[in-house]
Design a protein around this ligand. Sequence first.
Ligand code: ADP
Ligand code: MG
Length: 308
Amino acid sequence: MFVFVPEGQRAIGNHNRVHSSTPTDEARNRKILTIPFLSRGPFAIAMSNDSAAGPSAVAWRGVRKAYANGHEALRGVSLEVARGELVALLGTSGSGKTTLLKTVNRLIEPTSGEVIVLGKATRDWDPIALRRSIGYVIQDVGLMPHMTILDNVALVCRLRGVERRARQARARECLALVGLEPSRFESLAPHQLSGGQRQRVGVARALAPEPALVLMDEPFGALDPITRRELQEEFDALRRRIETTVILVTHDIREAARLADRVALLDRGNLVQCGTFDELRDHPASDFVRAFLQETTALGSSDPEDRS
Ligand code: ADP
Ligand code: MG
């Protein structure tokens, strides 16, 4: 069921995005099928170096993170995410996925190594400008409880000074995009929505500023298996239309297999293998990779996270 984009949905944003490069075959193939209607349109924040930045949306170079208590959450991770790609950061709980993701929007500063985001090292980005340039979707969404759904979705555009009518129109477009009829939902408060509806609002809010990059941390993890599957399918259809780079944290191998162009498997702060799901399954780089894929896929028909 693909209801993220209702029939007759008007294309939004302008069409002048220049994609500098599509380095993977998959990204190149997918580009033929995509409609560049959302990313980097009139609401997109101007980013220095953006067009001249080369192929990577994000590059981690030898990133280490030791927390204050001495725990080494990342032990020298290097990984590149191409523009337009969806990469899943996969691994068991505590493997460092969230830590790695948060180095992208500077919620966490690496102890050493560097992270290049849209052509510029994160330490050279103003943290506030960086966060407003990147969509961020987390498990419990983090909607403002006292604000309406419309104001929640329009929030980042407001912070960036987009005029009221324009940002509200944009927020309505994004609500429709994620399958929430604006007239029915826009005036409600977050607590009046179901978990699945709130999660859709979280996706709409992340997409409203037309980010070139969206970070998602277990975005569907709190949902029941049926709603989760539905949102996964709808999100998959949506992101193929909008050409945004997505980095998705998940511990669910099936979610990674469904959604990701490439999977990056982490184990205790190390990146153990990165490739397509088929590559990891058919050519595991280590016993750990083989065991991880086998154990998770052997669990049966229901989702593994329901058992934890
Ligand atoms: P994941 O998202 O893969 O479950 P995290 O990146 O959240 O893992 O955490 C990686 C490791 O770092 C875990 O062992 C976790 O307990 C530890 N950790 C996370 N945040 C902190 C912190 N603020 N201080 C100390 N240790 C932390
Ligand atoms: Mg996590």
